[in-house]
Design a protein around this ligand. Structure first.
Ligand code: ATP
Ligand code: MG
Length: 261
């Protein structure tokens, strides 16, 4: 089964944020999206401060900006970047990577490459609410074919530019407080919080693609599409049917349109 349609297309063209508590499904979704975008000809970079082996299959692993540059010159379409564990160094490395991507986008023979750069645990790279590389990607990237996916555990940890410049917003279960949700114009998520926190509904998420409409989406399934996916460890639980949305009191507000997969 392939992820196709408007959702994937939007993630290839416009910046995205993916937010959710630990084990909510952010990485699983990101990996699936990047794999499908690679199949559509996008070049992807996964910036992985956690050095997570589950992501190793997403591309050639680079550990320095020089190695990264070398892969860019080779037009390698799938790169995983593992930065230094030291905070200052990884911030610098991300800045350097953003710089190199921008430099490449002006180079003859590279101008047409469409790139998606996903940054896991983005709060680790953002100093005092700002980071030059991140700011540049999220402000001017889309215009030159560089699109970002920012991944983090709480909306509150996200850099303001990432949030405001991301048309695609994907929220798994989160414990951001109602007052905070309101400040981000997400008061409509508050009455759905319990639904997402219910373990029966794990991996469900709430999303918009920037048209003002928010929808609830059932978990993505990768059963027949991906050879590299790790199966859920809690097979028994994940097989249990999610609580039907019709049992929720706010059902009339839920847009249940699904992805086109
Ligand atoms: N849609 C899904 N279907 C089946 N299993 C899933 C799904 N989404 C996530 N999982 C499984 O749940 C576990 C946690 O998911 P994942 O690693 O994506 O969480 P996460 O939000 O990235 O957490 P963290 O913030 O700790 O990195 C993984 O073992 C993953 O394989
Ligand atoms: Mg993760």
């Amino acid at each position: 089964m392939k992820l196709t349609g408007a959702f994937l297309e939007n993630m290839g063209k416009r910046h995205s944020v993916i937010v959710g508590m630990t084990r909510s499904g952010k990485s699983y979704l990101t990996k699936h999206v990047l794999q499908q975008l690679q199949d559509q000809g996008y070049h992807t970079v996964f910036f992985d401060p956690k050095h997570d082996d589950d992501y190793a299959s997403l591309g050639t692993i680079c550990k320095t900006p020089v190695q990264f540059y070398h892969q860019l010159l080779k037009k390698n379409p799938a790169i995983v970047y593992r930065p230094s564990p030291k905070r200052d160094s990884r911030v610098e490395e991300l800045n350097k990577i953003a710089e190199l991507l921008f430099a490449m986008s002006n180079k003859d023979g590279f101008k047409r490459i469409k790139r998606v750069v996903a940054i896991d645990e983005i709060q680790l790279m953002v100093k005092k609410g700002t980071n030059d590389g991140v700011e540049t990607i999220w402000t001017v990237g889309a215009g030159i074919g560089v699109v970002g996916i920012a991944i983090t555990q709480r909306i509150q940890l996200l850099n303001e530019t990432c949030w405001s410049q991301s048309e695609n917003k994907i929220i798994f279960k989160t414990d951001d407080r109602p007052e905070y949700l309101k400040s981000r114009n997400l008061e409509h998520y508050t009455d759905k919080r319990e639904f997402f926190l219910d373990t029966q509904n794990k991996y469900w998420f709430y999303y918009t693609t920037g048209n003002g409409k928010w929808r609830i989406r059932e978990p993505i399934s990768t059963s027949s599409s991906s050879k590299t996916y790790k199966q859920p460890t809690t097979t028994k639980k994940s097989k249990s049917k999610p609580k039907p949305i019709s049992t929720l009191k706010t059902v009339e507000h839920f847009g249940l349109k699904r992805w086109d997969i």
